[in-house]
Design a protein. Sequence first.
Length: 209
Amino acid sequence: MEQFVPAGSSLSACRRVCFAAGHFLNDLCSSMWFTYLLVYLHSVLGFRSTYAGVLLLIGQIADGVSTPLVGYHQSDKTSCFYGKRKTWHLFGTICVLVSFPFIFNPCLACNDSTPQWAQILYFSPFIIIFQIGWAATQISHLSLIPVLVSSESDRVELTAYRYAFTVVANITVYSVAWLLFHFQAQNNMDTSISDSLGKVDIPLFRVRG
């Protein structure tokens, strides 16, 4: 069970790092979502730019709706032996792990003749589940800070640790992308990267997604 720490208590450096790592998966997925989703849908899967934007909009609406709902139900509405915040964190992590790989993979039940609106119906549930899970993980992770430490300085330090892992996650995603596209360019010296993106590049996004 989660218990508020007594005044004056503090966490060891190891526990602070472990806490900060609790949002690392969310940060990796967020970087992929905002940086490469439209590129993947439009240039790789061949979606019209309008449809690609609709899928991104669906995700942002789901995030905007689920964030306050998760915060409300997590406040004092959830009771569990595992702890209400840790329960929501586990629930969110499972949702992200289950749904996110399907977003950066082609439609499993589709073929070349499948209309794009039908593919939107296929991707939408995975996007909504991902955004609900992302919100649950984020809110529960942030709400753990005042539970783990009592002083204002320790809370600021935990937040700094958390942000440092966010930066590491962004650098990781961009570094892997650079390496993959760099190797792709070496294998296709006659064509620029922007011109060569297509369905053959699905494995590049699958590795990072």
